[in-house]
Design a protein around this ligand. Structure first.
Ligand SMILES: NC(=O)c1ccc[n+]([C@@H]2O[C@H](COP(=O)([O-])OP(=O)(O)OC[C@H]3O[C@@H](n4cnc5c(N)ncnc54)[C@H](OP(=O)(O)O)[C@@H]3O)[C@@H](O)[C@H]2O)c1
Length: 323
């Protein structure tokens, strides 16, 4: 089968299209005939070796995290999936899978779920890590549901949330989910992405290069940070006491959190059957639509990475493995 592997860390030039053995399913595992994957920041980070000290790769390593496709083999004690099921989930080597940029992907049964019925393989692959990240943050960590106007526990008024990186993979899903949960949403993005973010449902948008969000906003209930660095540090200023900040990137700054009287959380996203099923409900009810910016075939993987690393992507870059 064809797969994308690396033999050393580096830029897009280290990515190689190779022919390797198809993986097999052992106990608790499935093999998926892959239809699509996509490029997440973690794929760039792994390829470049930025996680090499913490989590070294065994070379040759098949890259790729998210996968959608059809189950082609199930191992012993796999009860919830059968051959022919359309599934989506994680195929990342760090989680004990065989790598998602390949025609067949072995993964653990608890890293996948049945695909929502109203989307195709490209959308399903594109939404995995970003969708789970957004839903885990907003539903589990921020409990935005409590602020929904139709909820019996709703406090007076809508809850205000600031989402950084509203045009990115995670941010673009978070805007849609936060709106559905009844929040008033402000999002930061680059100038030429502001219209896109408004169309996703944001009530307010801020050009992160031209405007200082921390001077413009006050009394927010929640901040969802997909950017980190200075953006994270400045975000404490816009929160009201008792508010919450969840960052996908920055470690918790206890001092800033204490001074501002807010709860700070650094999220580690868990792609698992439970979270994918929760995400699937948002997709099936039509709340979450993943925006695909560009589609590349497996043999154009270098071009796909270059497009991702150039920036300015609205939503996701998909790798189409089988049509
Ligand atoms: N902790 C975890 O478990 C976990 C899981 C998944 C992802 N992550 C991390 O979460 C981050 C976001 O992931 P993603 O998939 O959403 O990435 P992404 O698709 O690359 O989106 C990031 C977005 O942030 C925008 N941006 C950059 N600087 C900004 C700033 N100063 N203010 C506002 N927006 C800014 C980018 O815009 P431009 O295009 O203009 O640069 C881009 O639209 C990544 O660092 C990723 O590694 C962590």
């Amino acid at each position: 089968m064809k797969a994308i592997q690396i033999n050393k860390y580096g830029g897009p030039e280290v990515l190689e299209l190779v022919d390797i053995e198809k993986p097999k399913a052992e106990k608790g595992q499935v093999v998926i005939e892959a239809y699509a994957s996509n490029i997440n920041p973690v794929d760039v980070i792994l390829r470049a070796g930025h996680m090499a000290k913490m989590m070294p790769l065994n070379f040759p390593a098949t890259l790729g995290s998210d996968v959608s496709g059809v189950v082609s083999e199930v191992g012993e004690s796999v009860e919830d999936f059968k051959v022919g099921d359309k599934v989506y989930g994680s195929g990342i080597v760090l989680a004990g899978a065989s790598g998602a940029f390949a025609e067949f992907v072995m993964t653990q049964q608890d890293l996948i779920a049945k695909m929502p019925e109203n989307i195709g393989f490209n959308e399903a692959a594109a939404v995995v890590l970003v969708g789970v990240s957004a839903v885990q943050a907003l539903v589990e960590h921020m409990n935005l549901q409590a602020g929904h106007p139709s909820s019996p526990e709703a406090p007076a008024g809508r809850r205000k949330i600031l989402i950084h990186g509203g045009a990115g993979g995670i941010g673009s899903i978070a805007v849609q989910v936060a709106k559905k949960l009844g929040a008033e949403v402000t999002a930061t993005a680059a100038a030429d992405e502001l219209e896109f973010v408004k169309d996703l449902g944001a009530d307010g948008v801020i050009d992160y290069r031209a405007e200082a969000f921390d001077l413009l906003l006050r009394d927010y209930d929640a901040v969802f940070d997909t950017v980190g660095g200075e953006t994270y540090a400045k975000s404490f200023k816009v929160l009201k006491r008792g508010g919450v900040i969840v960052s996908m990137v920055a470690p918790i700054d206890e001092k800033l959190a204490e001074e501002a009287g807010v709860k700070a959380i650094t999220q580690f996203t868990k792609v698992n059957t439970g979270h994918l099923t929760m995400l699937g409900k948002f997709i099936e009810e039509g709340t979450v639509k993943v925006h695909i910016d560009k589609i590349f075939p497996l043999d154009k993987i270098k071009e796909a990475f270059e497009a991702k690393e150039k920036g300015g992507v609205k939503g996701k870059i998909v790798i189409e493995i089988k049509k």
